[in-house]
Structures are given as C-alpha cells and as structure tokens.
Design a protein around this ligand. Structure first.
Ligand SMILES: [Zn+2]
Length: 168
C-alpha cells in the first residue's frame, strides 16, 4: 500500500509592493484557513492587499510541489466603504471584515445557479443570479440605508437587535 502524500498548508499575505509575509505552516487546511481569517479580520491596520493559502507536498522532488488553494484580494466595501472587503478567488466569495459591517457575498451551497448576499449589521439578506448582481444588491442595500438615514452611523448587530426587541 502506498502512503498518502503528506501536505502542509501555508497562508501568506502580501503588500502592494509584493513584500510577502508567511503566517505559519500548518498540517491541516482548516488551521491555515482559521489563521488567514483571523489575520484578515485585523488587516485593517496593515497595508496588506493580497493573501493566499498554498499547499506544499512534503518529500516532493521537483518544481511542482506546491499549488495555491485560494487567493484573497482587498477592496473597498460596497456597503461601508472601508478597505476591508476581501474577495476570494475569482469572484467566488466576498466578505467585509469591518466589525460593524460584515457585508458578504456567497454562492448558494445547494443551488449553484443562485447567489446570496447580506448585510448582518442591518439583518438584510438578498438573493441574486450571479456575483455581479449580488454585488449590486449590496450597493443598493447601502442606498436604501442611506435614504433611511442610517448610513452615517451604522448600528452594531447588538444595537440593531435590541432595537428590534424594544419595538416588539
Ligand atoms: Zn463593509
């Protein structure tokens, strides 16, 4: 019986100038994701604009011992406008890591023709046909929040929820 190849997972982040920082080396993909997400959540104070998770095969001879599992690119959030909106892969998924915002876009897990987007700060969700439409959905969420006069001071999820409770 052949032993399965062992892999390690390396999350790496980079600045616009291409200066790279490795966040660690992990034996499970899950740990690499956890470390990457924890970094992205605090990336607001850094000038990092790109991240990826690379799998490396152990005891591999040659040039093809690694491949990129996922990449992340930093953008302005369509809802809160902070530079905390991280897009995964080729527009596959996106999330704003600004704590009071949390806007997100994701392909539906059960129906691949359907996309979902949401803005947890206002407890709003919307469905869409593709990534682009979901993105536009977030832009329009921002628009309707602005017309309701809530965009200047976005409520935290807790504040929003307690407001809902008091209105009950
Ligand atoms: Zn945001």
């Amino acid at each position: 019986m052949e032993e399965p190849r062992q892999q390690v997972y390396v999350p790496t982040v980079a600045t616009p100038g291409g200066e790279k920082t490795q966040l660690g080396v992990f034996s499970t993909e899950q740990d690499a994701w956890d470390v990457m997400r924890a970094f992205l959540a605090k990336a607001g104070s850094t000038d990092v604009v790109h991240g990826n998770i690379t799998a490396w095969e152990i005891d591999f001879v040659g040039e093809e011992g690694s491949f990129t599992l996922v990449s992340f690119d930093r953008n302005n959030c369509p809802v809160c406008d902070e530079l905390t909106f991280w897009v995964e892969g080729d527009d596959e998924k996106a999330r704003c890591y600004y704590p009071r915002c949390g806007a997100w876009i994701e392909q539906n897990a059960y129906d691949p023709t359907r996309w979902d987007c949401g803005w947890p700060a206002a407890n709003w969700n919307k469905r869409a046909e593709d990534y682009k439409q979901a993105y536009q959905g977030l832009v329009s969420m921002r628009g309707s929040a602005a017309s309701a006069g809530t965009s200047a001071q976005m409520p935290t999820r807790e504040e929003w929820l307690s407001k809902q409770d008091s209105e009950r």
